[in-house]
Design a protein around this ligand. Structure first.
Ligand code: NI
Ligand code: MN
Length: 220
Protein backbone atom coordinates (compact mmCIF):
# COMPACT_ATOMS: atom_id res chain seq x y z
CA UNK A 1 0.00 0.00 0.00
CA UNK A 2 1.20 3.48 -0.90
CA UNK A 3 0.39 6.25 1.60
CA UNK A 4 0.63 9.87 0.46
CA UNK A 5 0.43 12.79 2.89
CA UNK A 6 -1.57 15.76 1.63
CA UNK A 7 -0.91 18.03 4.59
CA UNK A 8 -2.63 18.38 7.98
CA UNK A 9 -4.62 15.13 8.56
CA UNK A 10 -5.24 14.26 4.90
CA UNK A 11 -3.84 11.01 3.49
CA UNK A 12 -4.38 9.09 0.28
CA UNK A 13 -4.16 5.28 0.54
CA UNK A 14 -3.51 3.44 -2.71
CA UNK A 15 -3.77 -0.30 -3.05
CA UNK A 16 -3.35 -2.41 -6.16
CA UNK A 17 -6.88 -1.70 -7.38
CA UNK A 18 -8.33 0.90 -5.02
CA UNK A 19 -7.76 4.36 -3.62
CA UNK A 20 -9.30 6.08 -0.63
CA UNK A 21 -8.77 9.54 0.85
CA UNK A 22 -9.00 10.36 4.56
CA UNK A 23 -9.94 13.83 5.90
CA UNK A 24 -9.77 15.66 2.54
CA UNK A 25 -9.04 19.21 3.70
CA UNK A 26 -7.59 20.57 0.43
CA UNK A 27 -9.18 23.93 -0.45
CA UNK A 28 -8.11 26.26 2.34
CA UNK A 29 -5.31 23.95 3.53
CA UNK A 30 -2.10 25.98 3.22
CA UNK A 31 -0.03 22.75 3.06
CA UNK A 32 -2.01 20.90 0.39
CA UNK A 33 -0.51 20.52 -3.07
CA UNK A 34 -3.66 19.15 -4.73
CA UNK A 35 -7.23 20.32 -5.34
CA UNK A 36 -10.47 18.34 -5.00
CA UNK A 37 -10.77 18.01 -8.80
CA UNK A 38 -7.42 16.12 -8.87
CA UNK A 39 -8.72 13.43 -6.50
CA UNK A 40 -9.80 10.06 -7.98
CA UNK A 41 -10.98 7.73 -5.23
CA UNK A 42 -13.32 4.87 -4.35
CA UNK A 43 -14.24 6.26 -0.92
CA UNK A 44 -13.93 9.36 1.25
CA UNK A 45 -13.31 8.68 4.95
CA UNK A 46 -13.99 11.53 7.38
CA UNK A 47 -13.06 11.33 11.08
CA UNK A 48 -15.27 14.25 12.24
CA UNK A 49 -17.12 17.34 11.12
CA UNK A 50 -14.54 20.07 11.78
CA UNK A 51 -13.65 21.99 8.64
CA UNK A 52 -10.00 20.91 8.69
CA UNK A 53 -11.16 17.26 8.31
CA UNK A 54 -14.55 17.31 6.51
CA UNK A 55 -12.94 19.74 4.06
CA UNK A 56 -13.94 18.94 0.48
CA UNK A 57 -15.51 15.54 1.25
CA UNK A 58 -18.92 16.36 -0.28
CA UNK A 59 -17.45 17.66 -3.55
CA UNK A 60 -15.07 14.67 -3.88
CA UNK A 61 -17.92 12.24 -3.14
CA UNK A 62 -20.09 13.85 -5.82
CA UNK A 63 -17.44 14.01 -8.56
CA UNK A 64 -16.26 10.41 -7.93
CA UNK A 65 -19.59 8.79 -7.03
CA UNK A 66 -17.66 7.62 -3.95
CA UNK A 67 -19.34 7.15 -0.56
CA UNK A 68 -18.48 9.30 2.43
CA UNK A 69 -17.69 6.87 5.28
CA UNK A 70 -17.84 7.93 8.92
CA UNK A 71 -20.20 8.18 11.86
CA UNK A 72 -23.94 8.12 11.25
CA UNK A 73 -24.67 11.78 12.00
CA UNK A 74 -21.81 13.17 9.91
CA UNK A 75 -22.53 10.94 6.92
CA UNK A 76 -26.20 11.95 7.05
CA UNK A 77 -25.10 15.60 7.04
CA UNK A 78 -23.02 14.92 3.89
CA UNK A 79 -25.88 13.04 2.21
CA UNK A 80 -28.08 16.07 2.92
CA UNK A 81 -25.59 18.08 0.82
CA UNK A 82 -25.82 15.65 -2.11
CA UNK A 83 -22.99 13.23 -1.30
CA UNK A 84 -23.43 9.47 -1.33
CA UNK A 85 -22.63 7.84 1.98
CA UNK A 86 -22.23 4.79 4.14
CA UNK A 87 -23.03 5.55 7.80
CA UNK A 88 -21.26 3.51 10.48
CA UNK A 89 -20.54 3.83 14.16
CA UNK A 90 -17.71 3.37 16.62
CA UNK A 91 -16.66 -0.24 17.12
CA UNK A 92 -18.27 -1.31 13.86
CA UNK A 93 -16.46 -2.53 10.78
CA UNK A 94 -17.63 -3.19 7.21
CA UNK A 95 -16.07 -5.00 4.25
CA UNK A 96 -16.23 -2.60 1.30
CA UNK A 97 -15.14 -3.62 -2.24
CA UNK A 98 -11.85 -1.73 -1.67
CA UNK A 99 -11.17 -3.19 1.79
CA UNK A 100 -12.30 -3.17 5.41
CA UNK A 101 -13.00 -0.06 7.48
CA UNK A 102 -13.51 -0.13 11.25
CA UNK A 103 -14.30 2.92 13.37
CA UNK A 104 -12.37 3.47 16.59
CA UNK A 105 -13.00 5.86 19.45
CA UNK A 106 -11.41 9.31 19.45
CA UNK A 107 -11.62 11.79 22.33
CA UNK A 108 -12.53 15.11 20.69
CA UNK A 109 -15.75 16.73 19.40
CA UNK A 110 -17.53 16.84 16.06
CA UNK A 111 -19.50 19.79 14.72
CA UNK A 112 -20.39 21.21 11.31
CA UNK A 113 -21.79 24.59 10.27
CA UNK A 114 -25.21 23.14 11.21
CA UNK A 115 -24.24 22.17 14.78
CA UNK A 116 -23.28 18.94 16.57
CA UNK A 117 -22.45 15.98 14.30
CA UNK A 118 -22.26 13.00 16.66
CA UNK A 119 -19.00 11.56 17.94
CA UNK A 120 -15.61 11.88 16.28
CA UNK A 121 -13.76 8.68 15.33
CA UNK A 122 -10.50 7.19 14.14
CA UNK A 123 -10.21 4.61 11.33
CA UNK A 124 -8.65 1.21 10.88
CA UNK A 125 -8.37 0.61 7.14
CA UNK A 126 -7.29 -2.77 5.75
CA UNK A 127 -6.42 -2.95 2.05
CA UNK A 128 -4.17 -5.48 0.29
CA UNK A 129 -3.49 -7.23 3.62
CA UNK A 130 -2.05 -4.05 5.20
CA UNK A 131 -3.77 -2.25 8.08
CA UNK A 132 -3.39 1.42 8.88
CA UNK A 133 -4.74 3.35 11.86
CA UNK A 134 -5.66 7.01 11.35
CA UNK A 135 -6.23 8.33 14.87
CA UNK A 136 -8.24 11.40 13.83
CA UNK A 137 -8.15 14.30 16.27
CA UNK A 138 -7.82 12.77 19.71
CA UNK A 139 -6.36 12.86 23.16
CA UNK A 140 -4.23 9.98 24.40
CA UNK A 141 -6.30 7.09 25.75
CA UNK A 142 -5.13 3.80 27.21
CA UNK A 143 -7.51 1.72 25.05
CA UNK A 144 -5.17 2.50 22.14
CA UNK A 145 -3.43 -0.63 23.40
CA UNK A 146 -6.42 -2.60 22.02
CA UNK A 147 -6.14 -1.08 18.52
CA UNK A 148 -2.75 -2.38 17.32
CA UNK A 149 -0.48 -3.82 16.28
CA UNK A 150 -0.86 -2.26 12.82
CA UNK A 151 1.39 -1.71 9.81
CA UNK A 152 1.15 2.07 9.98
CA UNK A 153 -0.36 4.70 12.28
CA UNK A 154 -1.04 8.37 11.55
CA UNK A 155 -0.83 10.21 14.87
CA UNK A 156 -1.58 13.88 15.62
CA UNK A 157 1.30 15.74 17.31
CA UNK A 158 0.19 19.38 17.07
CA UNK A 159 -0.89 19.90 20.69
CA UNK A 160 -3.60 22.47 21.60
CA UNK A 161 -6.47 20.65 19.76
CA UNK A 162 -5.04 17.10 19.98
CA UNK A 163 -2.20 15.18 21.59
CA UNK A 164 1.13 16.94 21.65
CA UNK A 165 4.45 15.21 21.04
CA UNK A 166 4.81 13.74 24.54
CA UNK A 167 1.40 12.04 24.45
CA UNK A 168 1.82 11.10 20.77
CA UNK A 169 4.95 9.14 21.70
CA UNK A 170 2.99 7.33 24.41
CA UNK A 171 0.21 6.65 21.91
CA UNK A 172 2.64 5.02 19.48
CA UNK A 173 4.00 2.80 22.27
CA UNK A 174 0.41 1.62 22.93
CA UNK A 175 -0.57 1.04 19.28
CA UNK A 176 2.76 -0.56 18.26
CA UNK A 177 2.71 0.30 14.54
CA UNK A 178 5.59 -0.75 12.28
CA UNK A 179 5.60 2.78 10.86
CA UNK A 180 4.27 5.99 12.43
CA UNK A 181 3.57 9.20 10.50
CA UNK A 182 3.06 12.45 12.45
CA UNK A 183 0.15 14.66 11.35
CA UNK A 184 -1.95 17.67 12.39
CA UNK A 185 0.99 20.06 12.96
CA UNK A 186 2.45 23.21 11.36
CA UNK A 187 -0.73 23.93 9.36
CA UNK A 188 -1.49 26.86 11.66
CA UNK A 189 0.69 28.78 14.15
CA UNK A 190 -1.13 27.35 17.19
CA UNK A 191 -0.08 23.77 16.28
CA UNK A 192 3.55 24.49 15.37
CA UNK A 193 5.81 21.53 16.35
CA UNK A 194 9.16 20.01 15.44
CA UNK A 195 8.37 16.47 14.21
CA UNK A 196 12.03 15.50 14.77
CA UNK A 197 11.29 15.52 18.51
CA UNK A 198 8.58 12.91 17.88
CA UNK A 199 11.01 10.81 15.84
CA UNK A 200 13.77 11.08 18.44
CA UNK A 201 11.36 10.08 21.22
CA UNK A 202 10.73 6.79 19.45
CA UNK A 203 14.34 5.93 18.62
CA UNK A 204 15.12 2.40 19.75
CA UNK A 205 11.42 1.44 19.79
CA UNK A 206 9.91 -1.09 17.46
CA UNK A 207 8.36 1.74 15.37
CA UNK A 208 10.01 3.59 12.51
CA UNK A 209 8.88 7.23 12.28
CA UNK A 210 8.46 8.60 8.74
CA UNK A 211 8.14 12.37 8.57
CA UNK A 212 6.42 13.17 5.27
CA UNK A 213 6.27 16.57 3.59
CA UNK A 214 2.97 17.31 1.86
CA UNK A 215 2.93 15.38 -1.41
CA UNK A 216 5.44 12.77 -0.19
CA UNK A 217 4.62 9.05 -0.01
CA UNK A 218 5.71 5.96 1.83
CA UNK A 219 5.23 2.36 0.75
CA UNK A 220 4.27 0.01 3.58
NI1 NI B 1 -11.11 18.61 15.11
MN1 MN C 1 -8.39 19.12 13.50
Amino acid sequence: MKITFQGHACFMLEGEKSRVIIDPFLNGNPLSKIKPKDVKVDAVLVTHGHGDHLGDAVEISKTNGAPVIGTFELVNYCMGKGATGHPMHIGGGFNFPFGRVKLTIAFHSSTTDEGPAGNPCGFLVTMDKKTVYHAGDTALFSDMALIGPVDCAMIPIGDNFTMGIEDAIRAVRLVKPRVAIPMHYNTFDVIRQNPEEFRMGLEGSHTEVKILKPGESVEI
